[in-house]
Design a protein around this ligand. Structure first.
Ligand code: URA
Length: 284
């Protein structure tokens, strides 16, 4: 349990542990593999890490630090969404000295003609945000001026880390496709990913087509975290090399959904590929 927080601007406790991740300086590696699911993080730790340090679990974050092939790494589960990625990158930055590398390995939906169970590496990411003003504007004139969803410009991943990830995925998954391209992070699994929900007024029937057209059919994947990782990594004053890979769980065009056994297998094999890339990236 953390002690009382000090400093409302950037809360830390008596040990100088950050408020949400619950770790102090030295308790997180500069090489981080982040996943959404705490079960996935636990499996990866058991399967792949040695010399494991004390587990830290606080406010939905679980941190396993240990060695992969002799290199100290942290596997961190963060749950879902851009705010959780924001906590990881900002608070992680605070407790680590010097350059960092962060790889996200998650699941996603695809809006391309690609089979579920394929893998994707995100060279860049855009953000898709629901614009509440569209529904809550004062009069119809305003309403016609704004659109229900904003689609941002792309932010790039670290090129070297993307190259390493792509090589590791292509050599680990010879019988599966690895697609490399643009990812879209949305602020909802539902409305901003174009899922139709008859219970809500979402105005999103055209959204998937709009995303496809805006970026010339180069958007491969839809998920909820990568944009925030890339955006903050490129805005960090000290270097953070960031990249992301995903298992394609759902195909939004064909409506196919991956079976759980295959997903579990891909979690471990893909996690290993991510750790290989993570220990190869130069942080000097
Ligand atoms: N994660 C998402 O955010 N969307 C999907 O369709 C699948 C996984």
């Amino acid at each position: 349990k953390l002690g009382d927080a000090k400093n409302a601007n950037f809360p830390v406790d008596d040990r100088n542990a950050v408020y949400h991740l619950g770790v102090a300086k030295g308790e997180l590696s500069s090489r981080i593999l982040t996943v959404g699911d705490s079960e996935r993080a636990l499996k990866l730790k058991k399967e792949l890490l040695e010399d494991v340090e004390e587990e830290k679990a606080h406010r939905g974050f679980v941190i396993h630090t240990g060695k992969y092939k002799g290199v100290r790494v942290s596997i961190v589960s963060i749950g879902m969404g851009t705010p959780m990625m924001d906590f990881l990158v900002r608070e992680g930055r605070y407790v680590v000295d010097g350059p960092m590398a962060i790889i996200r390995y998650g699941t996603c939906g695809s809006i391309k003609d690609v089979e579920v169970g394929s893998l994707a590496v995100a060279e860049s990411s855009i953000l898709v945000r629901r614009n509440p003003d569209f529904w809550h504007c004062e009069n119809n004139k305003d309403h016609s001026k704004c659109s229900p969803y904003d689609i941002s410009k792309p932010v790039q991943a670290d090129k070297e880390l993307v190259g390493l990830l792509k090589n590791e995925f292509e050599s680990s998954f010879k019988d599966r496709k690895t697609v490399v391209g643009i990812n879209a992070s949305a602020d909802s699994f539902y409305s901003s990913q174009g899922r139709i929900d008859p219970e809500f007024d979402d105005n999103n029937e055209q959204l998937i087509d709009t995303i496809i057209e805006k970026y010339d059919n180069k958007v491969n994947t839809l998920e909820m975290e990568t944009f925030q990782l890339y955006h903050l990594a490129t805005r960090s004053k000290q270097p953070i090399k960031a990249a992301a890979a995903t298992i394609i769980l759902a195909n939004r065009i064909t409506q196919a959904f991956l079976d759980n056994n295959t997903k579990v297998k891909l979690e471990i094999e893909g996690g290993r590929a991510c750790l290989e890339a993570l220990i190869k990236i130069n942080l000097n």
